[in-house]
Design a protein around this ligand. Structure first.
Ligand code: CP
Length: 316
């Protein structure tokens, strides 16, 4: 595999191999000198057509820790705002010698186009495309779950028997899609909980259970409760009941947090709408892995860049 476009493309062995390399990278992060010379001379371009905090800065940190040169490109303030096409942008990046392009784009499929169109030879990494996929987010989520379960002995493990409940705006969530494919490939059982208006057509063909009642889902005491951001920027008013009603029915508030099992963890990919899908008490509780997820994202993205660019191993 030359690119990372989707978790649906990953076999169980490939996914475990990425998580294991991420464990090696996390060991580097624990050192006093957090840098490896592995990608010296390589150029990684962060090509972001949509806003990002966590993904963009963690890809930048990951590339720098591997000694790659990093170019950050934001569509705002670039010639994209003058109408430049994806093709011309890609050919410009090819001309400056990009070895990897980490792309976030509002259109589902844009990374696939970049990988297949022949405009650029670089490895393409999907950093979130429309409502389609966000594979490195799912990998860092799986890494976080595996570490919570197995600690330093995580290497080689999948997520067999782990129960994961994903709650909220599934319809617009590339994080949910990537997690459904990856977590089930790794052996987890996934339940989705959402209002009917925030579930995609075709969800009945996904390898998941679907519930509409959060309290019924939480009574099953899942190992992991993953709350999703309400993506109001992608939402038509008709999809969304109202904030207070949503929070009452599908929000993880302090009362629901108290009813979780003592070993259950609470995840959120960020950015969070505190007080809407998750209370401040739940977000900041000892059961929350929100900041661990961010830290683990650097190790996982180091692993992905290393596997795609080092020439020693590939993702296949
Ligand atoms: N989780 C995530 O993708 O966050 P950003 O939008 O801040 O990158």
């Amino acid at each position: 595999m030359r690119h990372l476009l989707s978790t649906r493309d990953l076999s169980r062995d490939q996914a475990i191999a990425i998580l294991d390399v991420a464990e090696d990278m996390a060991d580097v992060a624990d050192r006093e000198v957090k840098k490896l010379p592995t990608l010296r001379g390589k150029t990684v371009v962060n090509l972001f057509f949509e806003d990002s905090t966590r993904t963009r800065i963690s890809f930048e940190a990951a590339a720098k820790r591997l000694s790659a040169d990093v170019i950050n490109f934001s569509a705002k303030g670039s010639s994209v705002s003058k109408g430049e096409s994806l093709k011309d942008t890609a050919q410009t990046l090819a001309a400056i010698g990009a070895d990897a392009v980490v792309i976030r784009h509002g259109s589902s499929g844009a990374p696939l186009v970049l990988a297949n169109a022949g405009w650029i030879e670089a490895a393409i990494v999907n950093a979130g495309d429309g409502t389609h996929e966000h594979p490195t987010q799912a990998l860092l989520d799986a890494f976080t779950i595996r570490r919570r379960l197995h600690g330093p002995a995580s290497r080689g493990h999948g997520l067999d028997g782990v129960t994961v409940t994903i709650v909220g705006d599934i319809l617009h969530s590339r994080v949910a899609r990537s997690n459904v494919w990856l977590l089930t490939t790794l052996g987890a059982s996934v339940t989705l909980v959402a209002p009917a208006t925030l579930l995609p057509i075709g969800v009945d063909e996904w390898p998941v259970a679907v519930l509409f009642d959060l309290d019924e889902a939480l009574a099953r005491q899942a190992d992991v409760v993953m709350m999703l951001r309400i993506q109001s920027e992608r939402m038509h008013a008709a999809f969304f009941p109202n904030a207070r009603e949503y929070s009452r029915q599908w929000g993880l508030d302090d009362g629901r947090l108290d009813r979780l099992g003592p070993d259950s963890i609470v995840m959120h990919p960020g950015p969070m709408n505190r007080g809407l899908e998750i209370s401040a008490g739940a977000a900041d509780s000892p059961q929350s892995t929100v900041l661990e997820q961010v830290a683990n994202g650097v190790s996982v993205r180091m692993a992905v860049l290393y596997l795609l660019l080092s020439g020693e191993r590939t993702l296949s």
